[in-house]
Design a protein around this ligand. Structure first.
Ligand SMILES: N[C@@H](CCC(=O)N[C@@H](CS)C(=O)NCC(=O)O)C(=O)O
Length: 223
């Protein structure tokens, strides 16, 4: 039996969604973020030394890192579904976007989250204005321009084909959903980018996405 170690409001939602698309049976072991720090509980460290989610166990296998989990599940259980055929241009695009999601799209979105928190979080009164000024400078000179450039790029790429890897829906779209949802929550993705907005509308309408939400519970991304 496949078990998903699922942290609330997190990337592991993607794995539930993929499992629903694949029509596989699975169980969920739930972990709650600390309300103050938003970090995962220490109990996740017993599953994997990094203590982050998602982690999947399948028989004797324990696998972390969402891209690796997505590749494993599609290869092991996909029967050719949700990944373009090896050797095709679509397969290369699939690999590219599968890596792009965590390797390129997420870092500036994570920086945005962290520096927003430094700017607006609790701090001694004499530190607060300095922390705010530094954070806003990092955001305006580095983080926001990076996010904008990436969103422009992704918008243009979705102008070339309906889905990220080509005209067929693939697991790369599932992997790309998290950075795009995070960008909608905190990074300025709005109706001014119609292709990306339509992509989000399309994935949210998928029955498997909705079933995964029902099983996973509340999913509201950190701002
Ligand atoms: N690149 C990793 C990132 C894993 C990660 O940072 N997970 C977050 C959830 S969105 C987490 O566990 N955060 C809680 C913590 O760091 O304590 C992946 O894609 O699996």
């Amino acid at each position: 039996m496949i078990t998903v170690h699922h942290l609330n409001n997190s990337r592991s939602q993607r794995i539930l969604w993929l499992l629903e698309e694949l029509g596989l049976e699975y169980e969920i072991k739930r972990y709650q973020r600390d309300e103050k720090t938003m970090l995962a509980p220490a109990s996740l460290l017993a599953v994997h030394p990094l203590g982050k989610s998602p982690v999947v166990t399948d028989g004797g296998l324990t696998l972390a890192e969402s891209g690796a989990i997505v590749e494993y599940l599609v290869e092991r259980y996909g029967n050719g579904k949700f990944a373009p055929a090896p050797g095709t241009p679509e397969r290369l695009r699939y690999t590219y976007w599968l890596h792009f999601a965590e390797g390129s799209a997420m870092p500036p979105l994570l920086l945005k989250l962290v520096f927003n928190r430094v700017a607006n979080g609790p701090a001694p009164f004499f530190v607060k204005p300095v922390a705010k000024a530094i954070s806003q400078r990092v955001l305006s000179t580095f983080v926001d321009p990076q996010i904008k450039r990436q969103l422009d790029y992704m918008e243009a790429e979705l102008g070339k084909s309906r889905w990220f890897a080509g005209n067929e829906f693939s697991a790369a779209d599932i992997q790309m959903s998290f950075p795009l949802e995070a960008a909608a929550a905190r990074g300025g993705l709005d109706a001014s980018r119609p292709k990306l907005t339509a992509f989000l509308d399309r994935i949210h309408a998928r029955p498997a996405y909705q079933r995964a939400l029902e099983r996973g519970g509340a999913y509201s991304l950190l701002r």
